[in-house]
Write a protein that binds this ligand. Structure first.
Ligand code: NAD
Length: 320
């Protein structure tokens, strides 16, 4: 595995491939972009240029840099040429397992033994994609979120035979691209898709039961957990609220609404052992006096900034 990534190939020039190629080129990497459909290849540079202009207008990049970023992107009609001599290949073609497997089986012989072969699949098993290759230790999931040039998360998915070296190199690569990588095992929906699925499915069930309108369910998410989620994840939320309180509340939901609301046993054990979160200095995380108050402060500062935006928005609506 190369210690430093200099050249990448992005296979698939659609919504995700174009955005991923843009991020790579913005980070100074030579970026080959390949697609089997010529119109997709014809459009991708224009799409990237447009997005870069929007980012420049928003002050996220310097407009003077746009030309340099575009110069690093090479449109390559042949897969063989695109994948030659690159350190990382990121596959972002249509979500069709047979198409993905066929590409990976070709990449196997096209790329050097040190090249990382990453797939951006959102649903398929990385094990199944990797089994189309001979050198499965360098195949990894690299699941980006849309739009790739603004969403920070990249899930680095470790299949059964992915080497630890590949996982670490992919994580370092994602960090070099300015992303926030998380590592997870190969499992349906990885982390983010599965978490979002739980919320989305529950929302549609509530609508189906006639509990509230679509608009009110959307507001309930945006104005409560959605308001806090960018700064505290579910485990920090439980630590801040108290594991005992969550357990009592969710056990009622479990009784009334069914198994999907049942906490796993290890959470009950934590409550039984008195590890209730921030109030006992130990829950899912351990807290010192200092780290506990810094978490509360970070949450409150975030909420104050959002509250200000909300008040401004409300004020604007009231006067319009
Ligand atoms: P898209 O339809 O915009 O682009 C797919 C591209 O793949 C097309 O340009 C198509 O011509 C190309 N393609 C098809 N067969 C090919 C082949 N054999 N060789 C080369 N190119 C080929 O799709 P997308 O939204 O960019 O999704 C791409 C991948 O990213 C999928 O695996 C998808 O699940 C995943 N993903 C999508 C999102 C999203 O929100 N759209 C988010 C995360 C991950």
């Amino acid at each position: 595995m190369k210690s430093e990534v200099r050249k990448v190939a992005v296979i698939g020039a659609g919504i995700m491939g174009g955005g991923i190629a843009q991020v790579c080129a913005q980070s100074g990497l030579q970026t080959n972009v390949h697609d089997s459909v010529s119109t997709a290849l014809q459009k991708v540079s224009g799409n990237i240029k447009r997005t870069l202009s929007i980012l420049a207008e928003g002050g996220l990049i310097d407009a003077k840099e746009i030309g340099n970023v575009l110069e690093r992107i090479r449109i390559v009609p042949s897969l063989d040429d695109a994948a030659k001599d690159v350190d990382v290949v990121i596959e972002a073609v249509v979500e069709d397992i047979s198409v993905k497997r066929s590409i990976f089986s070709k990449l196997d012989s096209l790329c050097g033994k040190e090249t990382i072969l990453a797939s951006n699949t959102s649903s398929f098993s990385i094990n199944e994609i990797a089994s189309a290759t001979r050198l499965q230790d360098r195949v990894v999931g690299m699941h980006w979120w849309n739009p790739p040039y603004l969403m920070p998360l990249v899930e680095v998915v470790k299949a059964e035979r992915t080497s630890q070296q590949t996982v670490e190199a992919t994580r370092d690569f994602a960090m070099k691209l300015g992303k926030e990588p998380v590592v997870c095992k190969d499992s349906p929906g990885f982390l983010g898709v599965r978490l979002q699925a739980a919320l989305v499915i529950e929302a549609t069930k509530m609508l189906d039961e006639g509990l509230a309108s679509i608009e009110d369910i959307d507001s309930a998410v945006r104005m409560s957990l959605g308001f806090r989620l960018p700064v505290i994840g579910p485990f920090q939320t439980m630590d801040l609220g108290g594991l005992d309180t969550f357990l009592y509340a969710y056990d009622y939901l479990w009784k009334k609404l069914g198994e999907r609301f049942r906490f796993p046993e290890f959470v009950r054990n934590k409550v039984r052992d008195g590890n209730l979160g921030i109030k006992t200095r130990k829950g899912f995380y351990q807290y010192s006096e200092e780290s506990a108050s810094s978490l509360v402060k970070r949450r409150d500062q975030w909420l104050m900034s959002k509250a200000r935006e909300f008040q401004l928005e409300r004020g604007a609506n009231a006067t319009s």
